[in-house]
Every structure is written in structure tokens, then in C-alpha cells.
Design a binder for this molecule. Structure first.
Ligand SMILES: *[C@@H]1O[C@H](CO)[C@@H](O)[C@H](O)[C@H]1NC(C)=O
Ligand SMILES: *[C@@H]1O[C@H](CO)[C@@H](O)[C@H](O)[C@H]1NC(C)=O
Ligand SMILES: *[C@@H]1O[C@H](CO)[C@@H](O)[C@H](O)[C@H]1NC(C)=O
Ligand SMILES: *[C@@H]1O[C@H](CO)[C@@H](O)[C@H](O)[C@H]1NC(C)=O
Ligand SMILES: *[C@@H]1O[C@H](CO)[C@@H](O)[C@H](O)[C@H]1NC(C)=O
Ligand SMILES: *[C@@H]1O[C@H](CO)[C@@H](O)[C@H](O)[C@H]1NC(C)=O
Ligand SMILES: *[C@@H]1O[C@H](CO)[C@@H](O)[C@H](O)[C@H]1NC(C)=O
Length: 552
């Protein structure tokens, strides 16, 4: 069946009166039919989640400040929500697509997301958030171009290509969810895919992309997998890093890049090698298993096959740490707005709050759980944001059951909704400490943060002396190496209920996530939009009268 994507990109002035979208900016429309389908990327037939019959899902393509409208028809047999990974949704956590902010789209029904990609550029992706659905597909790229008048710090490439890389299980998400519900771990994945497939290098692979000799191409690389950090490289083609999760970077060149789960990089490569096929490889890092995914890139007019010598991945994690230290913000490049990125001097602002978050694992009574500061999150039936808005938060969850400064060793785990509140516009430092043996990867919705430090061992206040307070990259997903810490700085300048989560699907499903609530002190809709009139209502607030306009 032909894809049913109806994508009309049009400038529509003042058609929508909804407060959630700003009328002057152009609109981009998508219609998604989400269904199950059978795929066999690793040679075994399995059920996957398709969007308009596609796996990976269709791309969302737009420019800074566009309004995105996605009408999602749920034709699978489970409730469904999509999150827009890295999109800040200013004042609008109503559209964040996490179980703490929205009621799920029930099977057989549709819901229309409306959000603006305000002041953002770069490579992102979207994915389903309920249960383990993400492990089965429903994921696709989201790219935001700069507005025409804003200079981009590199010449226009000839074309651009997605590399959505990720580990993959050859089982349905329901079977895998059963494993976790039984108290066990998912164990190792079965392979690594690049854009939903992997080349077999048996002479019969079709090439993924074709380049013209001498031209430069932009690659958008995201690790959309479930648990494994990957190293990405292309035979004979070093990559010039130009953007990371919304920030233009200093343009260093790399033979390979470590991409942790949930992270994205935009790079340039030039087709300046002998015309033949080349292999792009994404292989596992920091794991006890070795798996790789491959894709062929060819040169136009050539049919010479690729060399069988594949470049190796680096081995130590120090290599990865050192690579991280080379990622720098380009202070003089324009951001999504016509001002230099470095005009915001984050290093000179006083920290008003330090929040230390320590992850832990427990297997009490044989059941695996993961926690942050001793609390293993569960989603209540009533979304946290709705409970708060209707004034019945106390019936659904308690704020601040974790401390900002957890004990050195966390032995006991409490299973409960994990929500903290915070003051609007506070400038905060979040320390992620990982006392376990596996790499962690965290995303915070609603914000990007300056990733200022990362070291082995435990964090202490004197570590601040080593922070990069000048040109750290502002991004949305941070890795935390085994027995190490990472530190980020950000301003809580976006009111809403925001999910902070492990990007490792197993960890998140079993509790390694939480929410941060930031309310408008003046209850002003300059700070946060009102509940959209089209919002679905569920749980204990379902039949309650809609509160009078909370914000004015
Ligand atoms: C959605 O996809 C399913 C499965 O391919 C199909 O049965 C159904 O008719 C589609 N619905 C629409 C509205 O296209
Ligand atoms: C993607 O969006 C950009 C900017 O909005 C536009 O110039 C381009 O034509 C779009 N490409 C596709 C394939 O829709
Ligand atoms: C469901 O889709 C129909 C048809 O496109 C649309 O008119 C309606 O607004 C959608 N409903 C929701 C809740 O988005
Ligand atoms: C930073 O951006 C500026 C302005 O676009 C550009 O001229 C410069 O080459 C970039 N610097 C580096 C080191 O990438
Ligand atoms: C491949 O290239 C060779 C040499 O240029 C040519 O003889 C042959 O027909 C080509 N094969 C295909 C399948 O294009
Ligand atoms: C930051 O804190 C220092 C020391 O407490 C104080 O002297 C300074 O005025 C503060 N700066 C700002 C911008 O508040
Ligand atoms: C956080 O919630 C508590 C309990 O509801 C409240 O007393 C406190 O004022 C809130 N703090 C902020 C910063 O909103």
C-alpha cells in the first residue's frame, strides 16, 4: 500500500485561534496511520510498529518556528503517545507525549498534536513512549532547518541523509515487555540496524545513498536504539561535526563518533575518494556483546564494490571521554535566532540549586527495578500534569519524595510517582552520578542544557573547578559513564511538567525516570499555555469540571 502521508506545507494566517500555536508562523501538516506490520530486518519475521506503513517512520521536516500539526490515528491494539525528543515545546508540556503529561490515544481513535519548533535548529527524532513500544518502531527523524535569513556556519551541502542507528531485538515488544514484567532483564539485543536494515555485504545489498564525486553531504546521525552506545564511522570518509542537538559546534573532524542512546550529531562528509562503494558501520560500545549494523553508500556512476576491510571501533571508554572533551560550542555562529550562540554567558550565572541524581538497581523479591535517588517511578493513571492543573495533585502523587542530596549509598527502593517541583527561572546544576557498571543516558524534555563536566569517580563541589564554563555544548541528552558523573547547567525557564528519563528503554520502563514541575508564579499564560481545548482528559479528573482558566 502506498504511504498515506499527506503533507501540506503552507502558510496559513490566523486560521487557528488556538493558544498553543502562534498564528504568524507557517504550518506543516502530517497525518499518521499507526499500525502493526511484519518486518524481518535480521532475517526473522517479527511484528513492528509502522507509521503509514513505513519503518522507520516518516520524517518531519520543517524550519525554525514552524507550527507542526500531526494527526495520529492509532490502529494498534494498545494506547499510544509520541514524544518529540529534544523539541523544547516552550510553555507547552501539554504536547510532550509522555504518560505524565497526556492521556494516551486509545486504540481506534485519533488525536492531533500541535506544537511549535520555536528557536530551534538541528537533527532530532520522535518515538512512542508507552510501555516498550519504542523497541518495536514508531520512530522517525525530525529535522529543523534554519530560517532563510539566518546564516548557517557551513556551505549548503549537495544533499542530506539520515542515519538512524540503533540496537534491535528480533522479538515483538509485547514478548519483551513480558520478560520485564516477569522481573527479568531484556539481555542482549540481536543486532544493530541503520535506517531499519543492515547490509549483508554479500554483493546483493542495495546502497542506502548515492553521492556525486566531489560534493559534500550532510548526515544526520541519531542513536534511536534501546540500550547500547554505538560507534559510527564510514570507510575512507572522515566526518566534520557541525551540529549537536541544536547547537552549532566547533567544526572538528572525526574518524568515528560515539553516539549514546538518544543522542544526535550532524556531520559533513565529502565524496573525495576513489569512486566505489563504501560501508558505514554502527557497532556496539561499552557492552559485553559485539554487534554491528552496516549500510552501503555509493558514488554515482560507479559500481565497484566496497573494500571488505571495515574500520574498527575504538575500544576504551577513555577514548569516548576524550572525544566528549573535544565537542565545543561555536561561540560566534548564529543560533536559531540572529545572535551568536555565545552571547548567553552561562558560566557567569550563579547556581541557585544543585540537584544530584544517583541511579540504582534493585532485585528485591527477584524483581528487577531501577531508581533515581531511591525512587522507582510508576505512571499513575491520571497524568501528573492534569492532576496538578485540576488541583488534585495530592490525590495522585506527592512532590519531592526524593532529596536533592541523596545518601552516598542507596539500598532501599520505593516504587511511586517521582515528581519534584522547582522555581521558575532558577539556574540549576544537575549532577548525574552513576555508581553502576553500565553507561547511562538521560534526556530532559523541555530544555537543553550545557554539558559542562564529566569525570570518573564520585562528584564533589570541588569538581566545579574543572567545569567548562566557556564553550560547553548545549544539548538535550547526556551520557554518564560507569562509576562516573556528568554535570549540566540550565535555566528552568520553561513552565510545565517535564520528563527526565533514562533513554535505556528497560531502565525507563522499570522506573529510572522522574518529572520536574515548574509552575508560573503569576499564573500567567505568558509563561504557560492553558489546557488546550482539544486535550483528552482521563483518570480521576475525567468528569471533573474544567477549572476556570488557570492562567490569565
Ligand atoms: C491504517 O493502516 C491499516 C493497516 O495497514 C489499514 O488497515 C487501515 O485501513 C489504515 N487506515 C487508514 C485510515 O488509512
Ligand atoms: C524540508 O523543509 C525545508 C525548509 O522548510 C524545505 O526547504 C524543503 O524543501 C523540505 N524538504 C522536503 C523533502 O520536504
Ligand atoms: C481526527 O481526525 C479527523 C479527520 O482528519 C479530524 O477532523 C479530527 O479533528 C481528529 N480528531 C482529533 C481529536 O484530533
Ligand atoms: C564558527 O562559526 C563561524 C561563523 O559562522 C565560522 O566562520 C567559523 O568557521 C566557525 N568556527 C569553527 C571553529 O568551526
Ligand atoms: C559495472 O561496471 C563495469 C565496468 O565499468 C561494466 O562493464 C558493467 O556492466 C557494470 N555492471 C553493472 C551491473 O552496471
Ligand atoms: C553571584 O554570587 C556572588 C557571590 O555570592 C556575588 O558576589 C555576585 O554578585 C552574584 N552575581 C550575580 C549576578 O548575582
Ligand atoms: C513545591 O511544592 C510544595 C508542596 O506542594 C510547595 O509547598 C512549594 O511551594 C513548591 N515549590 C515550588 C518552587 O513551587
Amino acid at each position: 500500500m502506498a504511504p498515506r502521508a499527506t503533507m501540506i506545507s503552507a502558510i496559513m494566517l490566523c486560521l487557528f485561534a488556538a493558544t498553543t500555536v502562534i498564528a504568524e508562523d507557517p504550518y506543516v501538516y502530517y497525518t499518521w496511520n499507526v499500525s502493526y506490520g511484519t518486518i524481518s530486518p535480521l532475517g526473522v519475521s517479527q511484528q513492528a510498529i509502522l507509521i503509514n506503513d513505513q519503518f522507520p517512520g516518516p520524517e518531519i521536516n520543517c524550519s525554525s518556528n514552524n507550527n507542526i500539526v500531526v494527526n495520529v490515528f492509532n490502529n494498534i491494539d494498545e494506547p499510544l503517545l509520541f514524544t518529540w525528543h529534544g523539541i523544547q515545546l516552550r510553555k507547552n508540556s501539554w504536547q510532550d507525549g509522555t504518560p505524565g503529561t497526556m492521556c494516551p490515544i486509545q486504540p481506534g481513535t485519533n488525536y492531533t498534536y500541535k506544537f511549535q519548533v520555536k528557536d530551534q535548529i538541528g537533527s532530532y527524532f520522535y518515538y512512542p513512549t508507552i510501555g516498550l513500544q519504542r523497541i518495536a518502531g514508531g520512530i522517525g527523524g525530525l529535522r529543523i532547518f534554519s530560517r532563510l535569513l539566518i546564516p548557517v556556519p557551513y556551505p549548503d551541502p549537495e544533499d542530506e541523509y539520515w542515519f538512524l542507528i540503533g540496537d534491535w531485538y528480533a522479538k515483538s515488544h509485547k514478548a519483551l515487555q513480558q520478560t520485564l514484567d516477569n522481573g527479568d532483564s531484556l539481555g542482549m539485543p540481536d543486532g544493530v540496524l541503520i535506517n531499519g536494515q543492515t547490509a549483508r555485504l554479500d554483493g546483493r545489498d542495495k546502497s542506502l545513498y548515492t553521492m556525486k564525486e566531489g560534493k559534500t553531504y550532510k548526515l544526520r546521525i541519531c542513536n534511536i536504539g534501546s540500550k547500547t552506545s554505538l560507534n559510527f564511522r564510514i570507510q575512507g570518509h572522515p566526518m566534520t561535526l557541525v551540529e549537536t542537538e541544536g547547537s552549532h559546534t566547533v567544526q572538528n573532524t572525526y574518524e568515528s563518533l560515539d553516539v549514546h542512546v538518544g543522542q544526535c550529531f550532524t556531520v559533513l562528509i565529502t565524496a573525495n575518494q576513489e569512486p566505489r562503494d563504501y560501508v558505514a558501520v554502527a557497532s556496539t560500545r561499552f557492552s559485553t556483546y559485539f554487534l554491528d549494523g552496516k549500510a552501503l553508500i555509493s558514488y554515482e556512476g560507479s559500481n565497484k564494490s566496497a573494500s571488505m576491510f571495515l574500520p574498527h571501533a575504538p575500544i576504551t571508554w577513555f577514548w569516548s571521554l576524550n572525544q566528549f572533551k573535544t565537542f565545543r560550542w561555536n561561540l560566534t555562529a548564529s543560533a536559531a535566532r540572529p545572535n551568536p550562540q555565545g552571547s548567553y554567558h552561562y558560566g557567569q550565572i550563579n547556581i541557585t540549586r544543585t540537584i544530584k541524581l544517583v541511579n540504582s538497581i534493585s532485585a528485591d523479591s527477584g524483581k528487577l527495578r531501577y531508581a533515581i535517588n531511591g525512587v522507582s517511578h510508576v505512571d499513575p493513571e491520571t497524568p501528573l500534569k492534569l492532576a496538578e492543573y485540576y488541583g488534585v495533585a495530592d490525590k495522585v502523587f506527592k512532590y519531592n519524595i526524593i532529596s536533592d542530596h541523596p545518601a552516598d549509598y542507596i539500598s532501599k527502593i520505593t516504587v511511586a510517582p517521582n515528581v519534584i517541583n522547582a522555581t521558575y527561572r532558577d539556574f540549576v546544576e544537575i549532577i548525574f552520578e552513576n555508581p553502576t557498571m553500565s553507561v547511562q543516558s538521560y534526556n530532559l524534555d523541555g530544555f537543553s542544557f550545557f554539558l559542562v563536566g564529566m569525570e570518573a569517580g564520585r562528584w564533589s563541589p570541588d569538581k566545579r573547578e574543572n567545569y567548562n564554563l566557556l564553550d560547553a555544548v548545549s544539548r538535550h541528552t547526556v551520557q554518564v559513564f560507569p562509576n562516573s558523573w556528568s554535570a549540566v547547567l540550565l535555566t528552568f525557564d520553561n513552565c510545565g511538567m517535564w520528563n527526565l528519563r533514562s533513554e535505556n528503554v528497560e531502565n525507563r520502563y522499570l522506573g529510572q525516570q522522574m518529572y520536574i514541575s515548574i509552575l508560573s508564579p503569576e499564573k500567567s499564560n505568558r509563561d504557560e499555555y492553558n489546557l488546550p481545548v482539544t486535550q483528552q482528559i482521563c483518570g480521576i479528573v475525567k468528569d471533573m469540571p474544567v477549572p476556570p482558566e488557570q492562567y490569565h
